[in-house]
Design a protein around this ligand. Structure first.
Ligand SMILES: Cc1ncc(COP(=O)(O)O)c(C=O)c1O
Length: 447
């Protein structure tokens, strides 16, 4: 007789024995997810939710993709693990597949298991091969959770661990955030001061190894730079022999209707880091992709980096299958088409809801930035509110969406809308309707 698996109280045990991350532990009672299919997942009480944020902006292929699951199982049967010093068929196959989709010229890879690790590797590589040590990041950014990557993170996840979280040589430059321009300027009259100021920083700091940017800023509000920004930054970094690192952990893998966000502006970074969507999040994989020029340095120098689970065959097999699925399902083209529709629907929410200060995005990657007052752009909450664990208006709106059957990620002042790239129009309508109902809560806040 088949053994009946005893159901345990997953939320209570998860809460008691594991950490809830990026939060105060008090008050955390995680919802149990039991299964997921397409753009939906189901909780332990049988409620079904539209996944309007692809979990953590990573389930780009949707849930239950059979080709990716089968590829993982097949690899597990054949060769689940090999020490990184060995060559494997799957490592060679993923490398070839990456050469086809990455910006031309990025042709040597380091495989690990998270975006954080991809950026840590990028910093080490940049510092070693340039012989310089400063990294310029930006204030409105997230680059990962460990020593170097959290030090290079501009958002408040860095605050609680300071001063230890500071790292010598990491400095911050201005954001390309037109809605809240750090120079108080207006595009296009601004002359893209946010890019030019980076040149001023590079010149006056000296010793700058690299500039790291999210080409489209993710969690911190889907900030799409003006068209001239990235090409200008590329010119500046090249002129000063500084490497450009594109952190495409979130913005890559079709999310904006291109394989990678830098493709939109035909910018070729020296290093591109990515993770999340590369396997559709079925298993954890990240890549640090470098140019041949960067790679050549290590022919005669020690490559001082590595992990036990680097180039793990299960992850690589999922990567190969996921790339085939992106192509078979034409997800890049589809995202471009559907993105226009999603953008239109979200913009219509701004007309109806006074609390929506800005709607921005591209492809299937959008944010609603909520404000107490549209004129002054005063936010409902601050970065400090988040770290102090104060109740946030965006979290209440996201909670209300959940009651309406739609899951949306909220972060300080933004709601992040980034559905699986397989989403259908009717599902977009369903998600936008849920937001429409929930935004009433923010509209009612005192102005
Ligand atoms: C732009 C960006 N970089 C790096 C990371 C870190 O990736 P991971 O959480 O896989 O370590 C994230 C995660 O959200 C991210 O969005």
């Amino acid at each position: 007789m088949a053994e009946v698996t005893k159901q345990i109280d997953a939320p209570a045990l998860t809460r008691q024995y594991t950490y809830g991350t990026w939060r105060h532990q008090k008050g955390w009672m995680p919802r149990e997810i039991v299964d997921a299919e397409g753009c939906y997942f189901r909780d332990g009480s049988g409620n079904r939710y539209l996944d309007f944020s692809s979990q953590l902006m990573c389930s780009n292929l949707g849930h239950g993709n059979k080709a990716v699951i089968e590829a993982i199982c097949e690899q597990a049967r054949k060769l689940p693990y090999a020490a990184p010093g060995f060559a494997t068929q799957v490592r060679a196959r993923l490398s070839s597949a990456l050469l086809e989709v990455l910006p031309h010229g990025l042709e040597k890879f380091f495989f690990a298991t998270s975006g954080t690790e991809a950026n840590e590797a990028a910093f080490k590589i940049a510092r070693q091969c340039t012989g310089k040590y400063k990294i310029i990041s930006r204030y409105t950014s997230y680059h990962g959770s460990t020593a170097g990557s959290i030090a290079a993170t501009g958002d408040p996840r860095r605050y609680p661990i300071e001063p230890a979280g500071k790292m010598d040589g990491i400095i911050f430059g201005p954001d390309a955030y037109c809605y809240r321009c750090p120079f108080g300027l207006k595009y296009p009259d601004c002359g893209i001061e946010c890019a030019d100021y980076m040149e001023y920083m590079i010149q006056h700091e000296s010793n700058v190894a690299a500039v790291i940017v999210e080409p489209v800023v993710g969690t911190n509000g889907v900030i799409v730079p003006p068209d001239q920004y990235l090409p200008r930054l590329r010119e500046i970094t090249e002129r000063h022999d500084v490497l450009l690192i594109a952190d495409e952990v979130m913005s890559g893998w079709g999310r904006i209707g291109e394989w990678f966000a830098v493709d939109r502006w035909k910018v070729k970074p020296d290093i591109l880091t990515t993770a999340k969507g590369i396997t559709g999040a079925y298993v954890p994989l990240s890549v640090t992709a470098t140019t041949r020029k960067v790679a050549e340095y290590f022919e005669e120098h020690y490559f001082a980096h590595g992990h036990t689970y680097e180039a793990h065959p299960l992850t690589l097999a999922a990567g190969v299958a996921a790339i085939e699925e992106f192509k078979r399902l034409r997800l890049i083209e589809r995202t471009r088409e559907l993105g226009h529709y999603l953008g239109r629907q979200l913009r219509s929410l701004q007309e109806k809801h006074v609390s929506v200060g800005d709607v921005r995005g591209t492809g299937l990657f959008w944010a609603l930035e909520l404000v107490r007052d549209r004129e002054s752009k005063q936010p409902f909450n601050t970065r400090e509110d988040k770290i102090q664990g104060k109740p946030l208006v965006v979290d209440r709106v996201a909670g209300e969406c959940m009651k309406n059957g739609t899951y949306v990620v909220s972060w300080i002042t933004n709601l992040i809308i980034a559905p699986p790239l397989i989403i259908e129009r009717e599902e977009i309508d369903q998600g936008v309707n849920a937001l429409d109902k929930a935004l009433g809560l923010a509209d009612q806040e005192p102005r």
